[in-house]
Ligand binder design. Structure first.
Ligand code: SF4
Length: 348
């Protein structure tokens, strides 16, 4: 990357405001960015030697969202995991989508896993994310989220009773330094860690995996993530001889609140079957919603190979235009890329 490109990247981050640049030019953030950008040896092709990108994936355990980010936008993966850029979230009046999700997850875990009263848990967690908002705004948020949680828990109670399941674990972590359960080695080179919202036990004493989604739609629900979680849970419970029979995404605010999957065996091969409206991120199935263990491994290996090749264009895995640009933290930097693609010279 040339000096001019570097300056433009910085300017893009600071929204091309000279005053902001003056304030930040000697900061640690800019120094880190310069160091990261200097590792790009090609002349603004956004192809970097695969070594660093692959190190990220193979020298340590990763969460499935790392693979998912690449499949949704290769360039976003590059900015986030290769350059290590961490955008500062904008201050907004309402809770951000991410923060609201964190509050919902934490409260459900407290309430269903440890019996903490709903309103008490919500107040505690909401305070952590609400900063210095005034009392009336806090109360408005609290009341709305309490209503959403009460509605969801009514659904959850009925659904769990239909399935004959009970909560066994909430916030089950695997593969982290401080977690009791070990990482999942999908292959010799690909190792996952993760954080599972909930594991239930069915009447037959086998297991059922639940992942909460705090939005109203299932667009962020990635089937492969539940498969990785199921494999990690089976590994953790192998000494008890328990298997995962199925699981589902549960949408806290969605109209249709459950998106289930089941596990079947065909000719001795394990098959994961999801509802047809859930799309795999890493794989294009011959039959909608169906994937085997071997197909999953091959698909994820294919994504890792693509990362290793240094392919980081602003496209999805299927070479389509990314869908999440509007909400993407990196859209400012992407404007630079679009500007460059229009052919503006680099040495200005
Ligand atoms: S703004 Fe869009 S193209 Fe750019 S990194 Fe984000 S998702 Fe990718």
């Amino acid at each position: 990357m040339s000096q001019a490109d570097y300056r433009l990247s910085i300017a893009s981050i600071f929204k091309e405001t000279p005053d902001e640049w003056e304030r930040h030019k000697d900061s640690e953030t800019v120094a880190t960015l310069e160091k990261n950008l200097s590792s790009i040896t090609d002349n603004f092709s956004f192809k970097v030697p695969g070594v660093k990108a692959v190190e990220e994936l193979t020298k340590k355990c990763i969460s499935f969202s790392t693979i998912g980010t690449y499949c949704k936008c290769k360039f976003k993966y590059f900015l986030n995991y290769v350059l290590g850029l961490q955008p500062v979230p904008e201050e907004i009046l309402e809770l951000s989508y991410m923060d609201a999700g964190s509050v919902f997850h934490a409260v459900l875990s407290d309430h269903l896993g440890r019996g903490v009263p709903l309103d008490q848990s919500l107040e505690n967690h909401l305070k952590r994310y609400s900063g210095s908002v005034n009392k009336s705004l806090f109360k408005r948020r609290f009341d709305q989220m309490l209503r959403d949680l009460e509605d969801y828990l009514e659904f959850d109670r009925i659904r769990s009773s239909e399935l004959g399941e009970r909560v066994l674990h909430t916030e089950f972590a695997f593969g982290f330094d401080d977690s009791e359960d070990s990482s999942l080695h999908l292959t010799n080179k690909i190792c996952f860690r993760g954080f599972i919202d909930r594991i239930d036990m069915l009447e037959n004493e086998n297991l059922f995996i639940i992942d909460y989604k705090s939005g109203t739609s299932s667009s962020s629900a990635v089937p492969e993530q539940l498969i990785i979680y199921s494999m990690a849970v089976e590994q953790a419970f192998s000494n008890e001889g328990r298997y995962v029979n199925g699981g589902e995404f549960r949408l806290i605010k969605g109209k249709t609140k459950s998106k289930p999957f089941g596990v079947e065996y065909e000719d001795g091969e394990r098959v994961w079957r999801f509802r047809k409206n859930l799309n795999f991120l890493t794989y294009d199935p011959a039959e909608s919603g169906r994937i085997t263990d071997a197909e999953l491994v091959e698909a994820i290996e294919g994504v890792v190979d693509s990362i290793a090749s240094g392919e980081f264009s602003a496209e999805t895995r299927k070479n389509e235009e990314p869908k999440g640009c509007f909400l993407c933290d990196f859209r400012e930097i992407c404007d630079l890329l679009k500007w460059r693609q229009k052919g503006v010279p680099t040495d200005g």
